[in-house]
Write a protein that binds this ligand. Structure first.
Ligand SMILES: C[S@@+](CC[C@H](N)C(=O)[O-])C[C@H]1O[C@@H](n2cnc3c(N)ncnc32)[C@H](O)[C@@H]1O
Length: 219
């Protein structure tokens, strides 16, 4: 029998749980993502797609880190953007393969890297913009992830995640996600604001349904 549950939440994703391909397909098709978001999570994910579109505002020569890149939903931000270095990191080889296919389909260049968000193979402050979309709730230690993302980021961090304090209405989703091994401890909006501040980043955080969106700049 195939084993889909790993030692921790990251390990379950690394095993390429069947949900990973369903999720990637949904995210790649914005109307599906929007409908599922509104119905299931009380958010249309527009803030996430806005963060992706902001790649187009970066000057030539910028470096973007996308961790976790998943199936490459954020790569669409590269279409029409100036020439930038785009590092797409994920712990799952299957997800990185999906990102490669997405890049080929869009005709954009990325550097896929197999990496744990808690131990990124990048220099301090070597990244202008880090995107960590629908990510924090998939990491065993979201605080360690923020610390490592902040270490490598020079300027701006964009985060979106399923909140640990999402409220009664969304409790069944959290419980089911945790039971399936796909959702970890996660974090509240206050915790994320505090952890970012500890790392020298000022964050604007918006709560929408079960999700929160943080846009943070180094202070
Ligand atoms: C819900 S998906 C989000 C992917 C993408 N950002 C998106 O919005 O479509 C979560 C991703 O986190 C990755 N992941 C889980 N733990 C990780 C870790 N410790 N380091 C890097 N990636 C991790 C999984 O492999 C998966 O691709």
């Amino acid at each position: 029998m195939v084993k889909w549950r790993g030692r921790d939440v990251s390990d379950t994703w690394r095993l390429d749980h069947p949900w990973a391909s369903v999720y990637s397909f949904g995210m790649a098709h914005r109307p599906i993502a929007r409908t599922a978001g509104v119905v299931g999570f009380g958010t249309d994910f527009d803030r996430m797609y806005d963060a992706i579109a902001s790649i187009g505002d970066l000057p030539a020569g910028s470096t973007v880190l996308d961790v976790p890149c998943g199936g490459g939903v954020a790569l669409r931000g590269l279409v029409g953007a100036r020439r930038i270095r785009y590092v797409a990191a994920d712990i799952s080889i299957a997800m990185l393969a999906r990102t490669r296919r997405t890049a080929a389909g869009l005709g954009v260049e990325v550097e896929p890297v197999e990496a744990d968000v808690a131990d990124l193979p990048m220099e301090d402050r070597s990244v202008d913009l880090t995107l960590s979309l629908t990510g924090l709730h998939c990491f065993p230690d979201p605080r360690a992830a923020i610390r490592e993302i902040a270490r490598v980021t020079r300027d701006r961090i964009e985060l979106s995640w399923l909140r640990s304090d999402a409220g009664l209405r969304y409790r069944p989703i959290l419980i089911a996600g945790r039971a399936g091994g796909l959702v970890g401890r996660s974090a509240t909006a206050d915790e994320v604001g505090l952890w970012l501040a500890e790392c020298g980043f000022d964050a604007e955080i918006r709560i929408e349904g079960a999700f929160a969106y943080a846009s943070a700049r180094r202070g």
